[in-house]
Design a protein around this ligand. Structure first.
Ligand code: GLU
Length: 447
């Protein structure tokens, strides 16, 4: 069986870093094995699914470069779910139940109060045809449960190792709602079977679903795929991430925080694995390093500070050619390789290039603390043409004349020339600022 995986988000909210990590792990697994990646939108919850969330999911995946070979939408496939339900019914594995949510809740509460597990008691199996007819006359519509076989379900999980569930410990799952709509537990299996998914890679919140779903695969006569259940990411404080949590949404990291896709990919590919977290310039590099065997069972924490550091580190390593197009799109066509290399070590995010461009090419309000010293320094400014040696020659002359050195010498010059206390090396900035501007700024004029 060739490797085929899927990422199956429900378009009921924005993707957060935990969701995207699962997409990435699926994608890396597929690419590493020469297999295919399916994007499947689990949109059968029609009240909560929204086209704008589906669009955002596609945009977020594309931003990271997680291209999909196949695409499917569950809402296009109701016919297939009906067929599968008919097959299960014919095999005696799907049975109608009439309990209301309230009745089920009361029954569960009484089981729990007696110290018993809250399993569905299969009362509906004992209904006679006459009982059912009476309930339907009362206006009740059935929901449908899958009849689990009470035998152990086992699989070798690529992350969790050998897993075993006693069938008798599981409740018969509802597969079809009262209004006739199929539920995820069924639709996901039908899709995975139809798309010949070889490995289901998802969060460990689905482990119990897997036990149930394995029996559904078998009842449908389909091949049971392999499984990997990853521990879910938490935030830095150990709290679970919710899909409606905006701040760690991919859109906000990208648009508000200036996160580079490869910084996030480098972090998410390695979080919770035995590999060190280092910036990688391409997804191909992550593909080559990917191994599900490195994924740990321990809960990984996502700390935005780690991402910030990695983002900066990645930018500091990025060659000019890799950003040229994006700089042009930002209206910074004038930036050349020399300028990029001058400012790159100071960047926390790419948009800051524009700030440094403004320091060298637009009026700056200088910060003047010692006008006398600055006037003396201005008098020693060499004639143009200037190059990377100009700063050294000039400051040597200023030092000789004033006796100042170190911070006392450099900081007032930096604050006057750039209006800032920190920044790229002045030997690189000074020639870009130019003599005319430098003289004005040293004299305290905005220039
Ligand atoms: N739509 C499901 C979810 O978002 C998919 C789970 C799965 O991968 O099977 O949880």
């Amino acid at each position: 069986m060739s490797v085929a995986v899927r990422f199956a988000p429900s378009p009921t909210g924005l993707l957060h870093v935990g969701n995207l990590r699962l997409a990435l792990v699926n994608w890396l697994f597929a690419r590493n094995a020469g297999g295919s990646f399916l994007l499947r939108l689990d949109d059968t919850d029609e009240e909560r699914s929204r086209p704008e969330y589906a669009e955002a999911i596609e945009r977020d995946l594309a931003w990271m470069g997680l291209t999909w070979d196949r695409f499917a939408r569950e809402s296009d496939r109701y016919g297939r779910y009906d067929e599968a339900a008919a097959m299960l019914r014919a095999a005696g594995r799907l049975y109608p139940c009439y309990e209301t949510a309230e009745e089920l809740g009361l029954r569960r509460a009484s089981q729990v109060s007696q110290g018993r597990p809250p399993l569905y008691d299969r009362a509906a199996l004992r209904l006679t045809d006459a009982d059912r007819a009476r309930l339907e006359v009362e206006g009740r519509r059935p929901h449908w449960r899958f009849l689990l076989e009470h035998r152990p379900v086992e699989w070798d999980d690529l992350v969790r190792g050998h897993q075993r569930f006693a069938g008798a410990d599981l409740s018969d799952p509802v597969l079809i709602r009262e209004d006739g709509r199929p539920l995820y537990t069924l639709t996901s299996v039908v899709d995975d079977a139809d798309f010949a998914i070889s490995h289901v890679i998802r969060g460990e919140d689905h482990v119990a679903n897997t036990a149930v779903q394995i029996q559904i695969w078998q009842a449908l006569g389909a091949d049971v795929p392999g499984f990997a259940h990853l521990p879910l990411l938490t935030d830095a404080g150990g709290q679970g991430l919710s899909k409606r949590l905006g701040s760690l949404s991919i859109g906000s990291l990208r648009d508000d925080d200036g996160v580079e896709p490869m910084a996030l990919a480098s972090l998410l590919a390695k979080l919770g694995t035995s590999d060190a977290i280092e910036p990688r310039a391409t997804l191909d590099a992550l593909v080559a390093e990917f191994d599900m065997g490195k994924v740990s069972r321990a809960t990984p924490k996502f700390d935005p500070e780690d991402l910030k550091r990695l983002n900066a580190k990645l930018l500091h390593l990025t060659p000019f050619d890799a950003v040229r197009g994006r700089l042009e799109a930002m209206g910074l066509a004038g930036v050349d390789a020399g300028f990029w290399e001058a400012v790159r070590p100071n960047l926390a995010r790419l948009s800051e290039v524009a700030d440094w461009w403004a320091v060298t090419h637009a009026p700056v309000a200088p910060v003047v603390e010692d006008a006398g010293f600055l006037a003396e320094a201005a008098g020693l400014l060499p004639d143009e043409p200037w190059d990377a040696g100009t700063w050294g020659a000039w400051t040597a002359a200023v030092k000789a004349r004033t006796g100042r050195k170190g911070k006392e010498l450099f900081l007032p010059l930096r604050k006057a020339l750039t209006g800032l206390e920190h920044g790229p090396e002045l030997k690189l900035l000074l020639p870009l600022i130019g003599r005319a501007r430098a003289l004005k700024r040293l004299a305290g004029e905005t220039a």
